[in-house]
Design a protein around this ligand. Sequence first.
Ligand code: UFG
Length: 329
Amino acid sequence: MSILVTGGAGYIGSITVDQLITQGQDIVVIDNLSTGHREAVNENARLYEGDLRDAEFMDNVFGKETIEAVIHVAAFSIVPESMKDPLKYFNNNDTGFVTLLETMNHHDVRQIVFSSTAAVYGEPVHIPITEADPKIPTNPYGESKLLMEKMARWADEAYGIRFVALRYFNVAGAKPDGSIGEDHHPETHLLPIILQVATGKREKLQIFGDDYDTEDGTNVRDYVHVMDLAAAHILAAKYLQNGGKSDAFNLGSATGFSNLQLLQAARQVTGQAIPSEMAPRRPGDPSTLIAASDKAREVLGWKPVFDDVTKTIETAWTWTQSHPNGYQE
Ligand code: UFG
């Protein structure tokens, strides 16, 4: 029996696949390589290149392989892009999910772990954010993920497909040996951009907004290490395998870092000046996002090991220095 990882060539998917294979699992990957990288996929996984929205392709993969559970991390995930092109997000993330669930139902696969996001909450009503808090997304990306959670709930009621939705906060870092990391084109995320400035690939960092209602005026985010995040997917798959009921979990560190604090920490880790300037707010950005992650710890037994943002920056720095152009070399 195999586990299917959709998006297994992407940042989070490739590290999850790597960990699963290290644990001796048989892994099938589906990825359309629109943002993923073939080189990121562990050589022991079977990669099928194709699109989740292609029902015939999906049916073929499920027909050929013996899939017992799905870890679904294939999605578009860039907040500013979703503000400019919301339908691109609903089409890929939600239509793709419908086809995936239909294919699973047809092939009698009844367990799925999938990526959701802190962006489902929108502007939080209190900090830290708990799973039961109101969900009023401030951007189409978050809305597309909230829709997936709703679809999953009804798919469970009707077809008995149990799910775990993992609401990621800000994922960062790389595999500590520097072999797998973040490689987006264009890059929009704060830490990789900071590190590109540190290597000299970019001239300076623009900080989007210093007039938020936070201590230093810049947005506050909760950084979770990609290795810990990948481990949570594996724990969630085990939870479902052991009969766990459908549920959603926050994955964060419960600690907030402002954009300026992250920049300062990166200056220390890299020893580089990293020039920066203030720029206008970026549409769709909530002011502060910090997770309460007790539920994942208690129910899934999740124990993050990279619990210090310095370690996160260090691993990302190792990756950036060894892959200044990502997987391109
Ligand atoms: N930022 C800058 N300058 C940049 C890039 C980002 O100031 O050049 C700021 C953003 O405005 C924001 C913070 O850095 O305040 C973090 O932005 P990212 O783009 O790195 O991440 P987001 O918080 O927008 O989004 C990330 C994921 C989403 C997820 C969200 C949940 O990309 O998928 O975290 O917290 F939904």
